[in-house]
Design a protein around this ligand. Structure first.
Ligand code: MSP
Length: 471
């Protein structure tokens, strides 16, 4: 059995989960369910990023001990993942003792590539990122994402010598050893890599104490990104355990905003540890509201729980995984969500199930043969390339096709004319097609698929209430 490991970015717990966070979880969940369906043994990680200046500051502003603050918010993220119907096998908190110990071991193993030097430059606590002079000038000293002036730092830091790995990372990306998706991001990353200086990987405790201590140096904590990236392997038990059964990951899902950390610092760390690189770095786009970035100050933040309450979990997963493009930035609007629910889920799928099941029951159609499910290569190709919204479109076209066929083949007329054999063949053919489409929908809307399977089990029973009542 092939072992497949899938990871999600671990969000900062400096607030409550929002719709953007759902993207990593939902995409990884589709990936995990698809791989389980094709027979792999799957492990999927999720977790939370609890360290760093941003979180420390937020807890201080609220007057809450930081440990308490992160514990409270971590629980909210766990609840959130559960409500999305997402199943992980491993959960990591970056404050876990095992993770912290793992980070320190990793640091020691990287020591040949680490040196201490003075950092004089800019930092954005909102981004938890060191800012180059060029970016500082381009943005006139103000972070465009957080609308806050960059902070000036003058401190002693440890650095990771990216120069030691640049050529090999470049080659791994060019050769497809580590695939970056979507393809057009590859060029951006190769350029960033070529210009990448060595990266600062620690902060003095005088400035920040909330992090993992640097081994054998009481004055420094690790830069939050070193600690965070390490989660993908510490959660597997590295370095205590041999992780090569599971590592390298089949896919690591990240937002486009954090691809640079995963495509430069992370491979450098892995190479320094002598570990293989992930097979695929899948970077998704941003979820927008009416074409705009969501922000609390604009007041356009969409709460996914409100969406789930409105039309149900699978309606949310449907919209999110089909109409939010896997790779491009896409809008969430209530109007589009309502339309998708009523016109697509209720009309295309809900009605189809109701119509077919009712006709089948009325005419005593039974499915004798074991139906065989075959995944068409168009579908597997899209799924294997992480083109999930396109794969979903492909299946939906099948669903619409079945609707068209019912109208063309008019099984009710066959019944009326007593053409029993023809009626049987027609109905079994249509049900077979529906169940095949249903099979392909399983990674996306699993609860609905279970209900549809139940409807078409023996004896066929039309749902008492429509699967998606019109609203
Ligand atoms: N803590 C880091 C990740 C460390 S991974 C080793 C971080 N956290 S985050 O909370 O800012 O973002 C977590 C994930 O949510 C990222 O993949 C990010 O791209 C994603 N999203 C946050 N807002 C988003 C949208 N509006 N839309 C889609 N995804 C976005 O970065």
């Amino acid at each position: 059995m092939k072992k497949t490991y899938i990871t999600t970015a671990i969000p900062y717990v400096n607030g409550t989960p929002h719709i953007g966070h759902a993207m990593d979880y939902c995409l990884a969940d589709v990936c995990a369910r698809y791989h389980a369906m094709i027979g792999d043994e799957v492990r999927m990680q999720a977790g939370v990023d609890e360290h760093g200046g941003k979180i420390f500051q937020k807890a201080a502003d609220l007057g809450i001990p930081v440990e308490e603050y992160v514990a409270e918010n971590t629980q909210k993220f766990k609840d959130f993942i559960y409500k999305l119907g997402v199943h992980y096998t491993d959960f990591v908190r970056t404050t876990d003792a095992m993770h912290e110990k793992g980070c320190q071991e990793i640091w020691k193993k990287l020591e040949n590539h680490i040196y201490k030097a003075k950092y004089e430059g800019w930092y954005c606590t909102g981004c938890e990122r060191f800012i180059t002079e060029k970016e500082y000038e381009e943005n006139n000293g103000v972070c465009p994402d957080h609308q806050k002036p960059y902070e000036r730092l003058e401190e002693e830091n440890y650095y990771l010598r990216i120069a030691d790995f640049k050529d090999r990372i470049n080659q791994a990306i060019e050769s497809g050893e580590m695939v970056i998706l979507p393809e057009f991001r590859k060029k951006e990353i190769l350029k960033l890599l070529a210009d990448s200086p060595d990266v600062s990987i620690s902060r003095p405790k005088e400035q920040l104490t909330w992090g993992v201590s640097v081994p054998d140096d009481d004055t420094q904590v690790m830069y939050v990104w070193i600690d965070a990236l390490a989660n993908y392997i510490t959660v597997l038990g590295y370095p205590e355990k041999d992780i090569l059964d599971w590592w390298p990951a089949e896919a690591q899902f990240v937002g486009k905003d954090i691809l640079r950390f995963h495509a430069i610092i992370w491979p450098a760390m892995l190479m320094g540890l002598g570990l293989p690189l992930p097979k695929n770095l899948v970077s998704h786009g941003m979820v927008l509201a009416n074409g705009q970035k969501m922000s609390k100050s604009i007041g356009n933040v969409v709460d996914p729980m409100e969406a789930i309450e409105k039309h149900g979990l699978d309606a949310f997963r449907y919209y999110f995984l089909r109409h939010i493009d896997t790779f491009a930035d896409s809008d969430f609007t209530w109007e589009k969500f309502d339309n998708a629910y009523n016109n697509e889920l209720a009309n295309d799928l809900g009605n189809l199930v109701q119509r077919l099941a009712t006709l089948a029951k009325k005419n005593n159609i039974t499915i004798n043969d074991e139906l065989k499910f075959e995944l068409p290569h168009e579908y597997t190709e899209l799924m294997d390339n992480f083109e999930y919204s396109k794969a979903f479109d492909y299946v939906w076209a099948k669903v619409q096709d079945i609707n068209r066929k019912i109208d063309e083949e008019k099984p009710w007329s066959l019944a009326k004319n007593g053409e029993i054999e023809k009626l049987n063949t027609c109905m079994i053919g249509l049900i077979d097609e529906l169940l095949n489409a249903n099979n392909m929908l399983k990674p996306f809307i699993p609860d609905t698929c279970k209900k549809i399977e139940k409807v078409f089990a023996d004896p066929i029973m039309p749902p008492e209430v429509p699967l998606f009542p019109k609203q």
